[in-house]
Ligand binder design. Structure first.
Ligand code: BDR
Ligand code: CA
Length: 320
């Protein structure tokens, strides 16, 4: 089955892996990319999204520019030391040529959902600002979407961008708390599983060996991101393709372990950005912060090796 998706993205090397996986897979019909600040500022992430549709040979797929900052507070800032100054591992890039959509990302998401009621799954793999804006501008959006599959959060693991916070949540916790509190079918594919999924040297070589423009870009972009992992995690070899794991979940949910619980996002101090799941006893307490919140499907684990093999298979046409 082919599923219509909009990827809301802040490219980012692992975003590139995810977007090219989506374009390569017969499981997805990418109906739009929306950009968001995050790994790099919005001008850079938007240009990278435009490059992606060109390199994938799909200049017909609209790219809509999104928010340049969080809803309420100043951004924590970009991470060029992880993704390179250009967000793509300092690979040599040509100027993008495709026109941007005239719509803001939030409006594009709504209009696309209206055009295909019940068919579109939203896949946010960056800060959740555009998604919060879209649902606040258009409260009927949840009823128009098939599903929302978010890469972000950490229910039972420490953060990666701070002691408590996963990067996508920490950029805009206020937006994330809105998105995780909406009444729509939402799955959180966070660090609880994505930290366990890595691509090793042989898998990176297999992806890089394919003689197609997306793979050539990945071959040039991945080494910088890989160095961040190998320099900072003792004994680790390869890289974590966080954002691609959300797409793997859509293709093979059977490879994932999940629980259903309401979530809140921490706003304060060292824990800012932490996603907190509630157990029944939390909910039973008077004034529970989770009162009235919908259940979210939370990925808590899974078959990390099979998930990595699936990502590689999609990016290599099954040749690896
Ligand atoms: C997430 O943060 C970003 O740096 C990555 O692109 C991914 O979306 C991982 O925490
Ligand atoms: Ca991302």
């Amino acid at each position: 089955m082919t599923r219509k998706i909009i990827i809301d993205t802040d490219p980012g090397v692992d975003d590139a892996i995810a977007v090219f996986m989506a374009f390569a897979s017969s499981g997805f019909d990418v109906v739009g990319l929306t950009s968001i600040y995050g790994n790099l500022p919005i001008d850079i992430t938007t240009d990278n999204a435009r490059r992606f549709v060109e390199l994938a040979g799909r200049p017909d797929v609209p790219v809509a520019r999104g928010a340049d900052r969080p809803l309420v507070v100043d951004d924590i800032g970009p991470v060029p030391f992880i993704h390179g100054d250009n967000g793509l591992g300092n690979a040599e890039l040509s100027d993008p040529t495709v026109e941007l959509s005239a719509l803001h990302a939030a409006e594009f998401i709504y209009q696309t959902a209206l055009a295909f009621p019940g068919e579109v799954t939203l896949v946010p793999v960056g800060p959740l600002t555009n998604i919060a804006l879209a649902v606040r501008l258009h409260p009927d959006l949840p009823g128009l979407l098939d599903e929302v599959v978010v890469m972000g959060g950490n229910a039972y693991s420490p953060g990666n961008a701070s002691p408590g916070g996963e990067a996508n949540m920490l950029h805009d916790p206020e937006a994330a708390d809105i998105v995780l509190g909406e009444d729509w079918p939402l799955t959180m594919v966070g660090l609880d599983i994505t930290n366990a999924v890595s691509l090793d040297h042989a898998q990176l070589a297999a992806i890089s060996a394919v003689d197609l423009p997306p793979n050539k870009l990945l071959a040039a972009a991945m080494p910088f991101y890989q160095r961040f992992y190998e320099d900072n995690l003792e004994g680790f070899e390869g890289l974590c393709p966080h954002d691609a794991v959300a797409l793997a979940y859509m293709l093979r949910p059977d490879l994932f372990e999940t629980v259903k619980k309401p979530l809140r996002v921490e706003m304060q101090g060292m824990g800012r950005g932490k996603t907190w799941p509630a157990d029944p006893y939390h909910l039973s307490q008077p004034g529970s912060p989770w009162a009235g919140r919908p259940e979210v499907t939370i990925c808590t684990g899974g078959d990390a090796v099979a998930i990595s093999e699936l990502i590689v298979a999609e990016l290599t046409g099954g040749t690896a």
